[in-house]
Design a protein around this ligand. Sequence first.
Ligand code: FAD
Ligand code: DHB
Length: 389
Amino acid sequence: MRTQVGIIGAGPAGLLLSRLLHLQGIDSVVLENRSRDYVEARIRAGILEQHTVDTLTAAGLGDRLQREGLEHRGIYLQYPGTRHKLDFPELCGRTVWVYGQTEVTKDLIAAQLDGGPPLLFEVSDVRPEDVDGDSPRIRFTDADGVEQVLECDVIAGTDGFHGPSRAVVQGAAGRVWERTYPYAWLGILADAAPATDELIYAWHPEGFALYSMRSPSVSRLYLQVDPAEKIEDWSDDRIWENLATRFALEGWELTTGTITEKSVLPMRSFVSTPMRRGRLFLAGDAAHIVPPTGAKGLNLAVADVTLLAQALVRLLHEKQTDLVDTYSDRALARVWRCTHFSWFMTSMLHRSGDDFDAELQLSQLRRIAASEPAARELAENYTGLPLDL
Ligand code: FAD
Ligand code: DHB
């Protein structure tokens, strides 16, 4: 088999990259080790920045997003006694959209299978090889157990945090930065109409809570818990009681409903540099992880592949290496900005158990509520900074 760009991983990064290249007349093959059902059912992120929506729409993937996505014009920051709204259009002229990553993934897979480049599910033993030369290749075993070799001009490692690409790029010269936060999120999906018009990020003495949603009848809610917490110890009643306590505000009531999914998510920051070795380029979670408090993971993956697609078009159509040569530095500038913002939101909103920290957090929250420049800084980062900083 031969293609121009061999793409490892059919998450949002790999699928969108394949789509953007296809629209520019560049062919690719996407290799995914899970099944289509598994990939489409993975419940993850929910907030799309303006540029993510614009990129998906320009790539012909905006139909269902425009129909079923929910445009949000702000968020609430809550701390005891106060629920303060940040109005994004007023502060920075942009909005965000609620549209689940599962839906983005389904739209991307549907477009790919409808006349797009090949997408092979349930492959195994995927290995990028000879990435320092001009003719790299990917060895893998297909779903029928047959060993295959995919010859490529370029390989994109969009295989997430656990994929094989990062170790190859790291080689001897790479470097990794990591922070593990002493918090985790217990996330639920519930058949309950959202009891709020905008997302609520709530600081509370008992821990952070986040109120999000997926549709007019489905809510997505999160509670800060200890990373060692076992999901079996959290009955539905216990979850609702904790949510009611942490979101409590006079005159407001939580709506409950049937919980259809629940899980505990660890939180870490992770950055692997550089994002390129020879003809192997990393994008998305393969190169970096952010804690979810800033809603950046999926958006960063989209930003990376937008830059990477431009660079590969220039390399493969015009034989110019300038954009691939600067790809890693340009992508990392945005990665570090989003890593800082995600750290900032995480540090400001989670209860560490230290009362001095709590006073600093409350002081920062009051500052954002009182100061337009402080609020604008948050709004600009949350709704998404320009692609090339
Ligand atoms: P992924 O979505 O991880 O895709 C990588 C793909 O590569 C997967 O399909 C994987 O199966 C495949 N793959 C892996 N190994 C191989 C291999 N050896 N061969 C072939 N294919 C392989 N972000 C937020 O902003 N908000 C959230 O609430 C949020 N919640 C999250 C919850 C969880 C449990 C996780 C794990 C992440 C969450 N994120 C969240 C982060 C967000 O989902 C990711 O940033 C986003 O999925 C990144 O997309 P990606 O395509 O780079 O990686
Ligand atoms: C969602 C997840 C986030 O991490 C976040 O900051 C906002 C919303 C969500 O899943 O809806």
